[in-house]
Design a binder for this molecule. Structure first.
Ligand code: FBP
Length: 554
């Protein structure tokens, strides 16, 4: 294998850990704190999770641990979209379990939850891990988006876990995967299957967070990677002074990534889906607002700018939300007939007839490529794949039309030329920042401490993330604490609540207080690439979101 110099150097990086985790592993243990309630629908969640509901939050402090020293087998799964740092969670888990007992085994199930269902596995060994420490990606064992839901699937998991004599399973994933972890912990307890289940918070989207979980891993690296790219584009825009750049950023529903990049890069405009929904802004209102900024900047001689667009924005715009809901429902009923139509033109015509007049009007006004995306790109459940819609192009084209209208009416004299970009996959497997390398390793290590203390149905957590790593606080949060009931495809289900951008939170309020200036003036900030070596205040700094949120608590 031809390995880059940076990759080689990163193998040798020694992740920092909270001071307490540096103690002898036999001399740290969990302590019960307050007992917990779920964040919503307490009675229903309690009924569905009678054995794992109401457990106490735990902290890790010094104390004699009875559970260390035993030889055990642990299983691990990477689940969902890639996020930088996943390899370090596995490394932290591996190192902790081997500090406890050198003969223990770590079994990685390949390709996500389906690896467990289909018994596809590999042993994670020290020599193998040496090629993955501090690197991005999930390629050590792969990932997948399957769910383990039915009784038959749960029974199959129990069989596979028992076959390998696995006594604990660590699931590294987002809200859905950790919901799955909660279900497995409850079911194993009910069936008296001696397998503990521990979750780890992962997703670049940043939406697996609450009062107890400060941040999922991967958000830090991904947003720093995107911010570098956005900053570069801002510099380019300010150099050539001839383009408006419309940049879509990943984040399936919440706008945390766009907000963080806006705080870092100070673009002219950043759309925040949650605000658009709260203000009940129509698509036309969004387009007109951008057009107003384009016109104001043009009047000052600035025919350039940068607009950040969160991937999930479309679902926050009321008319699209109801159009998509209706399309999902009506297309599902006519799936077979639609599949027989040969051309996209025929499909578009057919689908527009299925819609109510109000939605049909919205649909036919959309540019052809968006109509096509709405009709053609459907997930295995038949739903519109919102993330595949080229919103950046759609918005840019609509602004173009609006500027042409204004020009004709004589109220705009500038020139409007645009470029579109989508940054998503570029950031999901980047080399983890020092923050994510340290955070993930600590999460993996903490997972083992929770296991050694006999816990199940917990998420490993690290608090105080804005502070020096020494002062980070490891612990465990009961998974049921983060749950409420939500409608999923027409059925009420217990799920871990997704955290959307808090419009009253300091990060959004900070953005709101500055954006008028950023719109009109050119206040671009170019944070540059992630730094791995150098002064700690540069290499280890957390995101602005984490930093600003902390100001709120102090
Ligand atoms: P997770 O929630 O699983 O972490 O995935 C996040 C994400 O990167 C989203 O931002 C994006 O919409 C989606 O995954 C893309 O998924 P896929 O990899 O299946 O294209």
């Amino acid at each position: 294998m031809d390995i880059s110099k940076l990759q080689k150097a990163r193998y040798d990086y020694k992740p920092k850990m909270p001071k307490i985790l540096l103690s002898d592993i036999a001399c740290i243990k969990t302590y019960d704190e307050e007992s917990t309630e779920s964040i919503g629908d307490q009675a229903q969640i309690k009924k569905l999770f009678p054995r794992t509901y109401g457990m106490s939050e735990v902290t890790i402090r010094r104390g004699k641990s009875a559970g260390t020293g035993k030889e055990i087998n642990i299983g691990v799964i990477l689940s969902g979209g890639q996020a930088p740092g996943g390899h370090n969670v596995i490394a932290g888990l591996y190192d902790a379990m081997h500090k406890s007992n050198i003969d223990s085994h770590l079994i990685g199930f390949k390709g996500g939850p389906s690896g467990l269902l289909n018994d596809r596995w590999m042993e994670i060994t020290q020599p193998l891990l040496e090629y993955y420490r501090n690197t991005g990606g999930f390629d050590i064992i792969g990932s997948g988006r399957d769910k383990i839901e039915t009784e038959a699937q749960i029974a199959q998991c129990e069989k596979v876990l028992q076959k390998h004599e696995i006594s604990a399973l660590v699931i590294i994933g987002g809200d859905d995967s950790n919901t799955n972890a909660a279900v497995l912990a409850e079911q194993f307890a009910e069936h008296k299957v001696p397998v503990q289940v521990i979750g780890c918070p992962k997703t670049i989207d940043g939406d697996l967070r609450n009062d107890k979980v400060e941040l999922p891993f991967g958000f830090d690296t991904a947003t720093k990677t995107y911010s570098e790219l956005v900053g570069n584009i801002e510099r380019d825009a300010n150099s050539s002074r001839k383009y408006w750049h419309f940049i879509k950023l990943m984040g399936r529903s919440a706008s945390h990534i766009a907000l963080e990049c806006a705080l870092e890069c100070q673009p002219n405009i950043a759309l925040i889906g949650e605000e658009i929904q709260a203000e009940k802004m129509t698509f036309q209102m969004v387009v007109r607002h951008i057009a107003d900024v384009v016109a104001t900047r043009a009047a000052r001689g600035n025919n350039f700018g940068v607009v950040l667009i969160p991937e999930g924005v479309i679902e926050f715009i009321p008319e699209f939300q109801s159009l998509i809901n209706e399309m999902n429902e009506r297309i599902a009923q006519k799936e077979q007939e639609i599949s027989k139509l040969a051309s996209s033109k025929e499909r578009i015509a057919f689908v527009s007839k299925l819609l109510t007049p109000e939605h049909c009007k919205v649909f036919i006004q959309l540019p052809g490529f968006v109509q096509e995306e709405l009709v053609m790109d459907r997930d295995p459940h038949g739903n519109v794949q919102v993330s595949k819609i080229e919103t950046e192009k759609l918005i840019a084209e609509m602004v173009d039309i609006e500027m042409a209208k204004r020009k004709k009416a004589g109220c705009y004299r500038g020139s409007f030329n645009y470029q579109t970009h989508f940054f998503g996959y570029e950031g999901r497997c980047a080399f983890p920042s020092n923050f994510d390398a340290n955070y993930c390793y600590s999460l993996g290590y903490t997972s083992f401490v929770l296991i050694a203390n006999g816990l199940s149905g917990y998420m490993a957590s690290i608090g105080n993330l804005h502070d020096y790593v020494d002062n980070w606080q490891p612990g465990g949060i009961p998974l049921t604490m983060m749950m409420d009931m939500e409608e999923r495809m027409g059925v009420m289900k217990p799920v871990i609540r997704k955290a959307l951008v808090d419009l009253n939170g300091i990060p959004f309020q900070f953005f709101k207080a500055h954006r008028d200036q950023w719109e009109i003036e050119t206040c671009y900030n170019n944070p540059g690439p992630i730094q791995y070596w150098g002064p700690e205040n540069i290499t280890d700094r957390p995101t602005k979101t984490v930093w600003l949120e902390q100001m709120h608590h102090e």
